[in-house]
Design a protein around this ligand. Structure first.
Ligand SMILES: NC(=O)c1ccc[n+]([C@@H]2O[C@H](COP(=O)([O-])OP(=O)(O)OC[C@H]3O[C@@H](n4cnc5c(N)ncnc54)[C@H](OP(=O)(O)O)[C@@H]3O)[C@@H](O)[C@H]2O)c1
Length: 335
């Protein structure tokens, strides 16, 4: 048996023991987490344990899911273990489900239920006083074919994301801080939910943006609609394929193993999933006739994915060295 000295890192933690005795050869790091969680009454995932000697994170499992023993982790008699309370946590999957639920509900609700109320020109409707509220004479015109199409494609996109979150992705982290749910959801609920739905389903005299080329007007040229739908379908199917490739890099749920993804899309760029995602939103932008609301969402989300893709490319190089062949992060030859 050995004794480990336990100290708080950051704020003091109530009922944190000063030391715990463990069997060096049989105790796992996971069991140590569980002991401290039971003492303090804090959930397992709220705790972050680090080694006093070098400040490194004490992880409970190897990448293949095998539990790590205390001695394997480098702890000895009288080693100091720091404990940090990460605050209330929420399931990683739950955050994604909630994020995508916003646009998934907002789009069909807006087009099929709320449209007559939101765009009503009645003086009783507070939204009619907004500077960008639509102006039309007589009754509210029905949604155009393009508006219905955009609504269906957006809804299907987020249905797919929900399916992938629940049944495809093998996430390495179980939880994240609770407050993240608000920050993460804002992007989807506001930018791809309220922003797109309010502006794209608005009755407009001329739905196509003035800067958009006349020959590519989806309201006039059905070929533009066919091409945009084909691009959307190709991009969504390809994005799904890349997510299946990423899933298959891990042998089972709970595994944190990382490998170099190869094959369809990954031979071209490091993050083809982001490339295909942005192409799908590009197709929606075409169908909206270059409306500024869809341009805004396309620019913000593509910019975010470009930044993440760059970071991921650097991480692969650092992690896998020569085994990883340097390539563009997201757009072949460009980024
Ligand atoms: N429209 C937007 O604004 C926007 C923005 C971002 C993402 N998205 C969409 O959401 C999708 C998922 O995004 P994401 O950022 O979570 O993608 P991601 O980082 O590529 O991860 C997807 C899943 O694959 C796993 N994974 C990634 N690389 C791996 C590797 N080398 N070895 C083993 N597993 C690996 C991840 O595990 P970990 O849990 O370990 O990371 C995660 O479970 C994107 O493809 C895109 O379609 C949309």
């Amino acid at each position: 048996m050995i004794a480990l000295q336990i100290k708080p890192r950051g704020k003091p933690i109530k009922k944190l023991p000063n030391s715990v005795e463990v069997d060096l050869s049989t105790t796992t790091v996971k069991a140590l987490y569980e002991r401290i969680a039971a003492h303090t009454g804090l959930g397992y995932h709220r705790l972050r344990l680090t080694k006093g000697s070098d400040g490194s994170h004490l992880v409970a499992k190897h990448q293949d899911g095998k539990l790590i023993q205390i001695d394997e982790a480098g702890l000895r008699d009288n080693s100091v273990v720091y404990v940090k309370d990460l605050g209330p946590q929420i399931g990683w999957r739950t955050v994604f489900v909630v994020e995508y639920l916003g646009p998934l509900l907002i789009h069909p609700l807006m087009l099929y239920v709320l449209r007559p109320f939101v765009y009503s020109s009645s003086p009783l409707n507070p939204l009619s006083y907004l500077p960008f509220a639509p102006s039309f004479k007589g009754n509210l015109p029905p949604p155009s074919f393009n508006q219905v199409l955009v609504c269906w494609l957006t809804t299907l996109h987020f249905l797919k994301r929900e399916y992938e979150t629940l049944f495809v992705h093998r996430f390495s982290a179980a939880t994240m801080p609770f407050r993240n749910i608000f920050k993460n959801s804002a992007h989807y609920w506001i930018l791809s939910g309220i922003n797109l739905a309010y502006f794209l389903y608005m009755p407009a005299v001329s739905p196509t943006a003035s800067w958009w080329p006349k020959s590519l007007d989806p309201m006039q040229n059905p070929n533009v609609i066919y091409a945009a739908c084909a691009l959307w379908l190709f991009s969504e199917a390809s994005n799904f394929h890349t997510h299946m490739t990423l899933r298959n890099l891990r042998p089972s749920d709970g595994s944190t193993k990382r490998q170099i993804p190869r094959g369809y899309g990954f031979n071209l760029v490091t993050c083809p999933n982001y490339l295909f995602e942005s192409l799908a939103w590009f197709a929606v932008m075409i169908l909206s006739g270059g409306h500024w609301a869809s341009v805004l969402f396309l620019v913000v989300s593509t910019g975010q994915m470009m930044a993440w893709a760059k970071k991921k490319e650097h991480r692969y190089r650092k992690e896998f060295g020569r085994a990883y062949k340097k390539k563009s992060s997201m757009f072949p030859g460009l980024w």
